[in-house]
Structures are given as structure tokens and as C-alpha cells.
Design a protein around this ligand. Structure first.
Ligand SMILES: C[S@@+](CC[C@H](N)C(=O)[O-])C[C@H]1O[C@@H](n2cnc3c(N)ncnc32)[C@H](O)[C@@H]1O
Length: 197
């Protein structure tokens, strides 16, 4: 293991201890086009939350929220609401334990055990996705977001974007890419925004 990777692991462990939660590890995908559970480094998630420019009026939805790392970290900020959307019952149950244990929460957390394709995004102003599913489902979910939000603004952060997923975003011409960068773990992260104020 490189020194950099070792340092990232130690930083993640320190964050888990600080927040009082346990979100590490892997879990296999539970449907054909879903991606297995894994989570990103705390430092990279913090960077994305900062780039999303979150305000106290925002409702942030983590689509494919797994064990709740992003949800817990975001809820330590002052927002209107943080929502975790996760279709796996077992991962949602682990997220509930983490939310109950979370230290320093400043925002209400709502965990929904539901497929992202079926969630109602009407009041979601910011979305976070860490590569939860393949392009086909991404397209369905973006259509649902557009349908539920109409022309109201939404910002989207997508972590670990593949070329196929990037193509889906390009088809959704109501969204524009504001920024794209590579995080410390080598994932492509893209920030999109759409709708009007
Ligand atoms: C790579 S993990 C990301 C977990 C979390 N967002 C994080 O960053 O810590 C992707 C998650 O998406 C979930 N997922 C996959 N397909 C889904 C779907 N159609 N609806 C809701 N959740 C889904 C998986 O069960 C998994 O927990």
C-alpha cells in the first residue's frame, strides 16, 4: 500500500470515529444494473459537498445512499433536509443505525428504502450520486428528476462518471456541466445544474 493510500485510510477511520458511524466495506449489487456498495473517501465527499455550494434552504438527496456516509456527513451542515434513497433493505437498516449514532447532526435526515427510479424529487434541490447504477437507470432517474422538478433549479454531483454515463447527461440537454475534475482516488467527478430560479 502506498503512503498516500495509507494516509487516506487513516483519515477515513478518524472521520468514522469522530462521527460515531461505521460505513466502510463492500456489499454486492442487488439488481442487474445496480452497482455494488462501496463508499468514497471523506475528504473527497467533503470537497463535493463544498462544490455543491449548499445553503440552509437546500434539500440534498444522496441517490443510492448505502450505509449513509454522505448523508451523515452532509447532515452535520445546516440544510433544510438530507435524504438517503437506497433500494437495499439491509444497507438502509445499517444506515439507520449510523444515523441514530451520528454525532454533530444539525439537519434532519430522512432515509427512504426505495428504488431511485420511484422516488419523488419534487423538493430536491441538490443531488449526490456515487456511481449507483449503469447508464440505462441513470437515464430513467434523470427523466424522473426533470418530471418532478419541472423547470425549478437542481444541482447534481456525480462521482465516478463513466463515458456511458457522461453520454446520458449529454442527452439531457436541460442539464449543463459546470465543472469536471479527478478526485484523489482517481474518480471523475462532474457537477451539473439545470432549471431556472
Ligand atoms: C457505490 S454505492 C454509494 C453509496 C453512498 N452514496 C456513498 O457514497 O457512501 C451505490 C449504492 O447505490 C445503491 N443502488 C443501486 N441501484 C439503486 C437503485 N436503483 N435505487 C436506489 N439505490 C440503488 C446500491 O445498493 C449502493 O448502496
Amino acid at each position: 500500500m502506498t503512503i498516500a493510500k495509507c494516509a487516506r485510510r487513516l483519515t477515513n477511520l478518524a472521520h468514522e470515529w469522530l462521527l460515531g458511524i461505521s460505513t466502510r466495506g463492500f456489499a454486492p449489487a442487488e439488481n442487474r444494473l445496480g452497482v455494488h456498495y462501496a463508499t468514497a473517501d471523506y475528504a473527497d465527499i467533503k470537497c463535493i459537498l463544498w462544490e455543491l455550494n449548499l445553503k440552509p434552504t437546500d434539500v440534498l438527496v444522496d441517490i443510492g445512499s448505502g450505509k449513509g456516509r454522505v448523508v451523515c456527513l452532509a447532515a452535520r451542515r445546516r440544510l433544510q433536509r438530507v435524504v438517503g434513497v437506497e433500494y437495499s433493505r439491509s444497507l438502509s437498516d445499517l444506515a439507520r443505525v449510523n444515523v441514530a449514532r451520528l454525532r454533530g447532526r444539525r439537519t434532519p435526515i430522512d432515509l427512504q428504502t426505495i428504488a431511485a427510479e420511484d422516488y419523488d424529487y419534487s423538493d430536491a434541490t441538490a443531488l449526490h450520486l456515487f456511481n449507483p447504477f449503469e447508464a440505462e437507470i441513470l437515464d430513467t432517474v434523470l427523466r424522473k428528476v426533470r418530471h418532478d422538478r419541472g423547470d425549478r433549479p437542481v444541482r447534481i454531483a456525480f462521482m465516478m462518471e463513466s463515458p456511458a454515463q457522461k453520454t446520458v447527461f449529454e442527452i439531457h440537454t436541460w442539464l449543463r456541466c459546470d465543472r469536471r475534475w479527478t478526485d484523489r482516488a482517481g474518480h471523475t467527478v462532474s457537477l451539473y445544474s439545470g432549471g431556472s430560479d
